[in-house]
Design a protein around this ligand. Sequence first.
Ligand code: TAP
Length: 517
Amino acid sequence: DFLQMVVRKLRGEDQEEEMVVDYVSKDINNMTLKMPYQCFINGQFVDAEDGQTYDTINPTDGSTICRVSYASVADVDKAVAAAKDAFENGEWGRMNARERGRLMYRLADLMEEHQEELATIETIDSGAVYTLALKTHVGMSVQTFRYFAGWCDKIQGSTIPINQARPNRNLTFTKKEPLGVCAIIIPWNYPLMMLAWKSAACLAAGNTLVLKPAQVTPLTALKFAELSAKAGFPKGVINIIPGSGGLAGQRLSEHPDIRKLGFTGSTAIGKQIMKSCAVSNLKKVSLELGGKSPLIIFGDCELDKAVRMGMGAVYFNKGENCIAAGRLFVEESIHDEFVRRVVEEIKKMKIGDPLDRSTDHGPQNHKAHLDKLLQYCETGVREGATLVCGGRQVPRPGFFMEPTVFTDVEDHMYLAKEESFGPVMVISKFKHGDIDGVLRQANNTEYGLASGVFTKDINKAMYVSEKLEAGTVFINTYNKTDVAAPFGGVKQSGFGKDLGEEALREYLKTKAVTLEY
Ligand code: TAP
């Protein structure tokens, strides 16, 4: 191996030396960003085959950050071929699991070394508040890679006693094997973190991957690609292709050489992807889809905490949060006080430049999303819900939306049923002590991603957590996700978990080997 490495270095074939990166540079946030903007295929940054590009926009002022390659079907096919070759013939497939883990740890370290740069890129591309981008978007991504790096050499099968074929004896053992080439398609709300959640589990399991970031937020994924090469990942193991869902994403769903597709996004697109995966070659799929997560706040809660966390449940990352509380049910005894306090706290929120360290609330991710949110609020008013505050665009450049509160929301209303994915608190009042009634309302949705309950009564909390139809239940807390805890929905919020040991299963297959002796 050492000799081979020397020969490679002498020939100049060492990947790190070979890789040429054409950056877009930008001086901002007291640093110089160096941003790759081309497709990353087979260890190289390359233009799309037909030379097409598109603009990626900074939602803080609507300006163009740079032009990014727009992958065509031919680029997808090239990336899949590279991933297939890396899996079948490259050193990745022969590498010891512990060595795979070391590569992932090294990548996590590099991401941490570049955390300010990554967080700044995330802020200008997605509008995430910088302090949050640093802690959550980038911080949790680093943790995710470390967590899964530790799993690489702990993926084990079992030995199973089976019926003997007398006079001989039999034994079955199972092996957990990677699936091969995996496709990953992600949304724009946590561009780097969604990449990390899926890629880390996928790589720990020993697969190779082709990832399509959301069209509106490609830049941290491309920076990640550069860091992966620096960490020493062999060429073809990680491929990143910026481009559209309809073209590049659809091709990934249909590609005959892909064996698994991991998707996070809307329920409508998830269904279409699952159909394409089935019809083409019966790919394994996991789907993290939309949500309308109920948060039930009982009169016997710790009110200060319920207000603080209830607000976080809605306004965290400007509401562009898959597990955001889509509907709050507040017991009538504290309803008015709860609303009063929330409105008081909203007045203190600082809306502005997301790079400013004191900003609480940044711009929505892109213009079309802001427009959808404004329409959502108009529909709420038209249907007779009470608009307590907000509901409008903030009069300044960029795509800022006022933190919004609606009350008197009834079950039949659009606001009660549809996800906003923005900073809109939707509150319904429920009758004192009517636990089963509020549970019926909370479960009256086709979604089932997350849920929450605030009460000091442990029996009530346990009863409610048992009855809530959701993949996650938070009791007296909210948004408390962790790399070690499985995350994912039920019903039309999808299936298959990210994070935790369970996420590995999504990227492994079990082979049963039976022998006679
Ligand atoms: P989608 O429109 O579903 O887009 C998600 C991704 O799918 C994007 O990369 C998109 O590409 C791609 N895509 C679109 N059409 C496709 C097709 N025909 N084949 C393959 N890929 C395709 O979602 P969105 O509106 O960007 O994101 C918001 C939604 O995501 C919300 O409903 C939210 O609840 C959900 N979400 C869920 C979670 C979890 S963990 N459950 C987390 C975050 C977000 P383009 O970029 O070109 O559109």
